[in-house]
Ligand binder design. Sequence first.
Ligand code: GN1
Ligand code: MG
Length: 361
Amino acid sequence: MENQLKSIFSQFKIKANFNSYQELNSGHINDTFLITTDHKTQYVLQKINGSVFTKTKELIKNKVCVSNHLQNKFKNLPQAKIQQKVLCFVEAKDAAFYYKDVAGNYWNTSIFIKDSTTYLKAKNNLIAFEAGKVTGEFLELTSDLELSKITTILEDFHTVSVRYAQYKKALTLASKERINQSKKLISFIEAHLNEMLILETAIQQQKIPFRLTHNDTKISNILFSKQDKALCLIDTDTVMKGVLHFDYGDAIRTLCNTANEDETDVRKIEFNTDFFESYTKGFFEKCTSISTNERDLLPISIKILPFLMGLRFLTDFLNNDVYFKTKHKNHNLDRAINQFTFINKITQKFSRIETFIKTLK
Ligand code: GN1
Ligand code: MG
């Protein structure tokens, strides 16, 4: 592995030499490595999963386009400061922002933001507030990016009806054993589907605008400084046209679940109201262009994003785990149970959630 990474790394326009690597394995799709060199700068080298992301070149073009847009917003700052706030990609020797290896895999490289860290779980309210600010800021700073420049990498990524149809298809092909294991979840989905379509209907009725959205704002995709200031969003593979609820809802999904996404002891799953309030305050502080209609749909998005994820995890379980990386046999089923349990916890606190968002100025 080391030799392969070394050779791929040498294809990028980087003066420093490869010293060592460390796999960063919090993602479910791509393979990501932190590369240490003989200079101070470290790099993030990533192999894009070509069976999930078939429009690989467009994906990289999207990422670079968003990065350039953000760098422009900070153009008054010195380059070193910009590199602390924005993901900056590195050109390969042939001037593209990717390298295609002999096996046909696409690789890309970005500068690792110095002294930064990520969290799988938020430690305190300050982290939640900072996470809200940085997601709100991302939406605000990209609100003037022309959406026609961005390719839709994965169609209907957050469309409940499409995810539901994929799930129904998986049900027709799944083994009896896996269907039996999913019985309770199947009833849950049917009982909640109508409510989960509210956002989609609002989009169809053009009640809320399309924006540039990140689409994977889980807490572990936020970089923090050593002083716990949020620096920026990472993992921009899925930047696409969307509605801000995708980003708000997905951040709350991971930030406010007191347990990890795949925790099997469901007694550990609660909705952390303090984190929700802190995150939302931070989000509103930065995302000042939010409209009344957008705001009114924030509470339901808190249920919809875990529903989508639960549906996707269950679909993958029924399909014999072909999409998300899994570490044990029922991993996807456990993840789905986790997401649906979390929705029940949200429901218990839903009127409080609605009141908080209504009263926040
Ligand atoms: C996947 O690979 P990763 O961890 O960045 C998934 C997201 C999910 C996330 C759940 C392209 O992201 O949609 O929210 O897992 N990405 C894709 O942890 O499907
Ligand atoms: Mg991702």
